[in-house]
Design a protein around this ligand. Structure first.
Ligand code: UDP
Length: 157
């Protein structure tokens, strides 16, 4: 679904974040200080076919082919992050799709110059997040664990 059709809830959830090939080359993973829990990560060069699956919602858009070529042009760091509200927070940290509209202090706002090379991807809502996590990761590649900081992040009552 489009971002504006997604319904958000403040509950424990997971999102899919990927540092795109330009972001990997430019060290954008250093910018990721989500303060959430990383439960899956791998480095992959997606095939064109795989990139088409990832961007299937955009099939009819003029930039679909270019975006798929680009996503499959080099290593991508694929991640799943977990925490309360992480989907919306991830989008906020990433910034708007078009760099001209993304705020200073966001990853795209600080690093991207053109829309087709915008450094990073993040699921735009709960439905998309589920689909993307399933596409990129097998269940056994995701890890559930407790961190020592959690009780300080969430409290324990
Ligand atoms: N994109 C593009 N031109 C556009 C809009 C999007 O090249 O006019 C690319 C851009 O890399 C974007 C991706 O297609 O990240 C997916 O578009 P979407 O609208 O889903 O934006 P996102 O969710 O990545 O912010």
């Amino acid at each position: 679904p489009a971002a504006d059709q997604e319904v958000f809830a403040a509950e424990m959830e997971r999102t899919f974040i990927a540092i795109k090939p330009d972001g990997v080359q430019r060290g954008a993973e250093d910018c990721l200080e989500l303060g959430f829990k990383l439960v899956g990560i791998k480095v992959v060069v997606p095939s064109k076919d795989f990139a088409q699956k990832h961007y299937h919602d955009l099939k009819e858009r003029p930039f679909f082919n270019g975006s798929c070529d680009f996503l499959s042009s080099g290593p991508v760091i694929a991640m799943v992050w977990e925490g309360e509200g992480v989907i919306r927070y991830g989008r906020k940290l990433i910034g708007a799709t078009d760099r001209q509209k993304s705020e200073h202090g966001t990853i795209r706002g600080d690093l991207a110059v053109v829309v087709g090379r915008n450094i990073i991807h993040g699921s735009n809502g709960p439905v998309t997040a589920k689909d993307e996590i399933n596409l990129w990761f097998k269940p056994q590649e995701l890890v559930s664990y407790t961190t020592n900081a959690e009780k300080w992040i969430y409290g324990d009552n």
